[in-house]
Design a protein around this ligand. Structure first.
Ligand code: ATP
Ligand code: MG
Length: 250
């Protein structure tokens, strides 16, 4: 198990956004978090990454209690997220965008980079090689010199995914990564996400398209009013009448 939420609650003023929520994410799996608008899905992402602190409950990542670990330290432990609405840096090329997402010992320490120029070059060439592999993997190699802002919508979604892969994080939190894609791009995108588990990645994905996530996820967690109402095999959760009424009634 790579991630475990134990009885997590979060209140915003009078609103109980997340309520005694518990679920687990197993290593190497795709877990889908579904539920109506306002169910608390993005808030749960914010609690997992440390952008928000829970009022109660605990979160374990790779066996370590991270409930009180700061956000930037959680990143170093190996998690990365995409945001529901944020676009890649549009004034930079595709290549630059992905290179900037690579972790860098030396970029973070100018002094160290002065005294160790050879290691800096080594790190740079390692990163460049990695970035080319990632661009190949997501299918953006021939767009590498284009400005991110000039990419199509679907290509921008792939660029966001490429940036996440560049972080080397094992756990990827994807908040509606495929929203608004045309059917053709969507198909390619979900196959890509599914394939990531063959590359040592674990995925927690928020997605409104239930039939789509049923196809790619190993497990579904159904969230309603911040509570994990059900957790199980996608077909079982998706065909549960009560949950369907909540989901489609909302
Ligand atoms: N920072 C905040 N301050 C106050 N209320 C918030 C804050 N963030 C979220 N909320 C509220 O908490 C509830 C859960 O929001 P959240 O964004 O987690 O839902 P969601 O499941 O991601 O919804 P959607 O499917 O629309 O993205 C909503 O009622 C929202 O308005
Ligand atoms: Mg959301």
């Amino acid at each position: 198990m790579i991630l475990q939420l134990n009885g997590i609650s979060k209140r915003f003023g009078g609103l109980q956004a997340v309520s005694n929520c518990s679920f687990t994410v197993e290593k190497g799996k795709v877990v889908a978090l579904i539920g109506p608008n306002g169910a608390g899905k993005t808030t749960i992402f914010n609690l997992i990454t440390g952008a928000l602190k829970p009022d109660s409950g605990s979160i374990y990542f790779k066996g370590k209690d991270i409930t009180n670990v700061q956000e930037h330290k959680r990143v170093h432990l190996g998690m990365a997220r995409s945001f529901q609405d944020v676009r890649a840096l549009t004034e930079m090329t595709v290549l630059e965008n992905v290179i900037l997402a690579c972790p860098s010992r030396y970029a973070e320490s100018p002094l160290l980079s002065l005294v160790r120029p050879n290691q800096v070059r080594k790190e740079e060439s390692h990163n460049i090689k990695k970035v080319f592999e990632i661009l190949e993997y997501v299918g953006l190699s021939d767009k590498k010199d284009k400005l991110a802002g000039d990419l199509s919508y679907a290509e921008q979604k792939l660029l966001i995914l490429a940036r996440l892969l560049a972080t080397d994080a094992e756990l990827l939190l994807l908040d509606e990564p495929a929203s608004g894609l045309d059917p053709g791009s969507l198909r390619k995108f979900v196959e890509l996400i599914r394939d990531l588990t063959n590359n040592n990645k674990t995925i927690l994905i928020v997605e409104h398209n239930v039939s789509l996530v049923s196809e790619i996820s190993d497990k579904m967690v159904f969230l309603h009013h911040g509570e994990a109402l059900a957790e199980g095999k996608p077909d079982e959760v998706a065909k549960n009448e009560e949950l369907r009424d909540i989901y489609f009634g909302a």
